[in-house]
Structures are given as structure tokens and as C-alpha cells.
Ligand binder design. Structure first.
Ligand SMILES: *Cc1c(COP(=O)(O)O)cnc(C)c1O
Length: 219
């Protein structure tokens, strides 16, 4: 089923849109099957889980961190990931920059936007994003490559659309500022139930778990 799902989604995606396979709770065999079927990027929520999967799979896939990162886990994270999609504070950006400096790596990062402006949710508030980007633009071992958002968990998908729209508008605004060292190349938005809407609103990275691997078992 994994293979059929990947092929179906790949065929459906417009040019330039890439899938990040959300790997949480999946076995190595499932992840390998997805890669064999053409998946290029794996998205991990936790550094510890990623570490185990990475040992088994290695660099045949690209590794994106799509869950929240604590600054004290940056050291391990920078050895595994090719992109960290969830940077939402200068403190975290600086920790990643520092650890990358020690190993001579430049990390691509996305700024996570709390596009639903929900209390208690990860991501920087939309009206704070520009100042965050300006603050971290000078860090030499990270490169801001775009924005990521989750959007609220609500039944009515059409209510998520404005959150995607606002995130895209924000990325255009930041691009227009021409801040040195900042590229707005990626927009990571949409999951299994919302990726079609996200693509309509400009996403070029879509994070899909259930749509590839089937329903998650509760552990
Ligand atoms: C699990 C997860 C996804 C994918 O969710 P599905 O509904 O299974 O497609 C996308 N993004 C993040 C950050 C996730 O944790």
C-alpha cells in the first residue's frame, strides 16, 4: 500500500512540490518501503526517534525536523538533519548556529509561523516573524530558507486556508525586504487532509504521514 500511495501522490503533485514523509510511529521497514517507492525526504518529530531511524537508513533520504526542538538537543539534531523546519526563536536559531559552527556545517532552516495565533502553540506569531528573521539573518552557520506552518486542528478545512494564505503573504513580505542571507524558497504547509489546499495557497513542501503509511496506531 505504501508504494501505491507514494506513486499516487507523486503523480498528483504539481511540478516543484515535494513530499516530506512524516515518519512518526512508523517502522524502519515502512520508511524504507516509502524511500524505495520514490520518497526523498523524511520528516521526524523527535531527535531521539530520528537518531534510531537515521542509523538504520542513513543518507539515502533527506532528513527534516518537523517537530519542536529544544535548544539543549541542538547538538545532536545538527548531526542528523538536513533541514530544521521548526525554528521559532532567536535562542533556538543561535543554538543551532553554534552547534553547526563546531562541526563545520551550514543548516537550512525554516521559520515556524503560528498562523492560527493560538496560545500554547509552537511557532512565532506572524507579527513577530520579520524581527526574528532580521535578528538571526547574520548568523553564519544557518540559512533561512522559508517558512513552515501547521495551522489549527479544525474539522472545517476551509478555515485552515486563511492561515496558509497569511503564511504565504508573510513569506512574500519577507522576500520583498531583501535581507541579505535570507531566501524564501520553501513554504512547508499542509498534511494528509489539507495538502491540496496548501498547494493551492503556494506550498512547495507538504508533510504527509497518514496519506502514505495509513492510520497511526495509538501507542
Ligand atoms: C504528523 C505530522 C504531519 C503529518 O500528519 P498526517 O495527518 O499523518 O499526514 C505533518 N506535520 C507534522 C509537524 C506532523 O507532526
Amino acid at each position: 500500500m505504501i508504494k501505491e500511495n507514494i506513486i499516487k501522490i507523486l503523480n498528483e503533485l504539481p511540478q516543484g512540490v515535494q513530499i516530506v514523509g512524516a515518519a512518526k510511529t512508523r517502522t524502519r521497514e515502512e520508511l524504507k518501503a516509502a524511500i524505495d517507492a520514490g520518497l526523498v525526504i523524511l520528516g521526524e518529530n523527535y531527535v531521539q526517534e530520528a537518531e534510531k531511524a537515521f542509523e538504520a537508513i542513513g543518507r539515502v533520504a533527506k532528513w527534516h525536523l518537523i517537530g519542536h526542538l529544544q535548544s539543549n538537543k541542538a547538538k545532536k539534531a545538527v548531526t542528523i538533519f538536513d533541514m530544521i523546519e521548526t525554528v521559532d526563536s532567536a535562542k533556538l536559531a543561535k543554538a543551532i548556529d553554534r552547534e553547526c559552527g563546531k562541526i563545520g556545517k551550514v543548516m537550512e532552516i525554516l521559520i515556524e509561523i503560528n498562523s492560527g495565533e493560538e496560545e500554547q502553540k509552537a511557532g512565532v506569531m506572524p507579527d513577530k516573524a520579520v524581527s526574528l528573521v532580521r535578528e538571526i539573518a547574520g548568523l553564519g552557520n544557518i540559512r533561512v530558507m522559508g517558512l513552515m506552518t501547521m495551522g489549527p486542528f479544525i474539522e472545517d478545512l476551509e478555515l485552515i486556508r486563511p492561515c496558509f494564505q497569511r503564511t504565504r503573504e508573510l513569506s512574500e513580505k519577507i522576500r520583498g525586504l531583501n535581507i541579505s542571507g535570507i531566501e524564501m524558497k520553501y513554504l512547508s504547509m499542509g498534511m494528509s487532509d489539507s495538502y491540496r489546499i496548501a498547494i493551492e495557497e503556494g506550498a512547495n513542501l507538504v508533510r504527509i504521514g497518514t496519506g502514505i503509511f495509513g492510520p497511526r496506531q495509538h501507542r
